[in-house]
Design a protein around this ligand. Structure first.
Ligand code: NAD
Length: 300
């Protein structure tokens, strides 16, 4: 079950109901003109051949950054993201690495420095779920989620920090020595029955991010997080593809529309840019108000 199912949504979905048509009553995610506010910067996005990571990688490229598109499987999808990014006149490569492997992460950062000279922006996005009732959860399910979602973020952040510290600030590129964006979730705050491993990993990301932000801020390195709510990604299709599932989802979203990967991508571009200089150790919730206790909207 996926993140959208968060919430007790039935992601097994019934194929009987038709997919909801976009309607005037369903407000759309805005389409805004891109600015090249990341020109000359070099970014790495983990898990960038799908969903949110894909949209973030493309938006960073559109904003002028060269981008490493990390993937663990699905080389065709990764190559397609690279092609799309190159259309913006920037450089991009795909790189296969399991973020939970110290050796593979080390090799990925070596390759990045070889190709682009350094790294300015890391987006720690890769993540997965292995859901189970707590009393049935295997150690393998627990370990897989913690190793990818939390240890993966540690390994990539450590490699990026080492390069930021080696290089320092280059004022013509950015007023910070480097930026890290950790993809968290509303489930760093909202408990999630049946997914204790996932919620623990996202809660862990919160304090990993804040502790690291505190530690490296004096070196002009900014570490922040984005906490997405329910975002329309392919793996979540069952939670929004039918009108019934979509309507059920909307009960949890005061803003009354599902999030799109581009909603997260715009936030990531801003957090990666000097426009957000002085934003340090913050989690930006991009969730249409999901964390506002929607059950209390009518007085509880
Ligand atoms: P997704 O499954 O489309 O993307 C996840 C990506 O991570 C994929 O590219 C996958 O291959 C990659 N990945 C998995 N294991 C990996 C590994 N060991 N090494 C490298 N890459 C690996 O899902 P998504 O919805 O785009 O999720 C992206 C991030 O956003 C995740 O961290 C997820 O927890 C978070 N998130 C998603 C939602 C949502 O509603 N979709 C909500 C909150 C948070």
């Amino acid at each position: 079950m996926t993140e959208l199912a968060a919430t007790g949504l039935d992601t097994t979905g019934s194929a009987a109901s038709p997919a909801p048509e976009p309607s005037a009553s369903e407000p759309a995610s805005p389409s805004l003109p891109a600015q090249r506010i990341l020109a000359g910067q070099r970014a790495l996005v983990t898990g960038a051949n799908s969903g949110i990571g894909r949209a973030v990688a493309i938006a960073l490229g559109q904003a002028g950054a060269d981008v490493v598109v990390n993937y663990v499987d699905g080389v065709e999808a990764a190559d397609a993201v690279v092609d799309e990014i190159r259309r913006f006149g920037v450089d991009s490569i795909a790189y296969q690495a399991d973020v939970s492997s110290e050796e593979q992460v080390g090799a990925m950062f070596e390759r990045m420095v070889q190709q682009f000279g350094t790294i300015d922006i890391l987006v720690n996005n890769a993540g997965l779920q292995r859901d189970a009732a707590f009393h049935e959860m295997t150690l393998a399910q627990w370990n897989t989620v913690l190793q990818v979602n939390l240890t993966g973020q540690f390994l990539c952040a450590r490699a990026a920090i080492r390069e930021f510290l080696r290089r320092g600030v280059v004022p013509s590129v950015s007023c910070a020595a480097g930026k890290i964006i950790c993809m968290s979730s509303v489930h760093q705050q909202i408990p999630w029955a049946g997914r204790a491993n996932y919620a623990a990993s996202k809660g862990g990301i919160k304090l990993l991010m804040e502790s690291l932000a505190q530690e490296v801020a004096p070196r002009r390195i900014r570490v922040n997080a984005i906490a997405p709510g329910a975002i329309r990604t392919p793996i979540n299709m069952a939670a929004w593809e039918t009108q019934e599932a979509y309507d059920k989802l909307m009960k949890l979203i005061p803003y009354d529309r599902i999030g799109e990967p581009e909603d997260i991508a715009r936030a990531a571009v801003w957090l990666a840019s000097d426009h957000s200089d002085y934003v340090v150790g913050t989690t930006l919730f991009v969730d249409g108000g999901m964390t506002l206790y929607p059950g209390f909207a009518t007085g509880g």
